[in-house]
Design a protein around this ligand. Sequence first.
Ligand code: ADP
Length: 451
Amino acid sequence: MFDKILIANRGEIALRILRAAKELGIATVAVHSTADADAMHVKLADESVCIGPPPARDSYLNIPALLSACEITGAEAVHPGYGFLAENARFAEILAEHQIEFIGPKAEHIRLMGDKIEAKRTAKRLNIPCVPGSEGAIYTNEDAQQVAEEIGFPVLVKAASGGGGRGMKVARTADDLPNALATARSEAKAAFGDDAVYLEKYLDKPRHIEVQILGDGHGQAIHLGERDCSLQRRHQKVFEEGPSPALNSSQREEIGEICAAAMRELNYKGVGTIEFLYEDGRFYFIEMNTRIQVEHPVTEMITGFDLVNEQIKIAAGSPLCISQRDVILFGHAIECRINAEHPSSFRPSPGKIDYYHPPGGLGVRVDSAAYAGYTIPPYYDSLVGKLIVHGRTRTEALMRLRRSLDEFIVDGIDTTIPLFRTLVRNADIQNGIYDIHWLEKFLATGGLDIA
Ligand code: ADP
């Protein structure tokens, strides 16, 4: 096992990793930009190193500064969290060249899944069901028209290097297609420096359901059930729950085993998420994330396993110590992503938190690095924290969520807590009847009565 690890991230996930490391008896090194000198992960770590000025490219994405921090402190491994360098295969390779362990998958698997076209090809080869679409990248309008006619309109133009819901455009008819291609290409070029795009059948009313997997790189891999992340705004997840209200246990086992078998075939190492759209009883692979995800606590609450702890042990070379039979789902968990944003306009609201009172009690977990007097800097994402509740049933989880949201106080900035207070009282949410378009429609039709 490692003696010391460096956490190459900030905010709630840096704290989350720090907690897992402490429980394993591993010393922790926090890194921070000058804007984060007062951050909670810095205060709680055994050591900390300032790695640069506020912009992420000069600090949290600054590989030479991170290497120096490892060298100065003698950290043997780096946990990248999510975002920043978590899916940067080159970073994993550079660390290996310096005899530092990357707490994540093999570089080849990060690279493979980072290219969505390659990822889909691989998924197909591994018998994972995919969304119908183009075989590879689409270069001309003529090729696009031909594929679109084969799969049928509407179609979705997607960026091969896409992420964060960017570089995606719907074409409802053949007339829309040239424009959708051009816009997706230029958005992809600007956001990812790569204008390769591909085509997919646009599903009209799917749910987003993703399977959590864990592999040890020694040939073993298991699944830990699914999360339903259908409540989205601008293709970004807002509220996640598990198990999915749309699946029964045999569907759950079937898709879980398909994913676990695929990961055994790949000899995948670490945690990963295989994302699907689910419509009319069928699953369609969209992508795989080769890192810990924001919504991982949902799975932890229903399985009782600490995914970050497992990640660290696997990176240290241990074989998997959980078998598929040990994974017994218990009850229901729901997560709300609480952002420093206005609850209806979603305008970012960085600034000082004057008063902070998180909820507590049975089945309530708050993953946050916020505290009273903390100033949320304007440079990074707007996540203030995640409220996760667990109950024996979905009804109990919802009841607990309503109570916890009413108890949660974050004064001084705008947060999305009022949005969740409305959602938890909505009949569709209570009945679990929603697809990926539900939230946008709800917001557009004035469902949210917040000034
Ligand atoms: P990103 O990597 O940018 O997050 P994904 O491929 O994971 O992109 O898709 C993000 C979201 O976009 C999905 O959860 C879903 O809401 C929507 N989406 C993606 N592909 C399709 C599709 N073929 N049809 C309908 N919606 C889609």
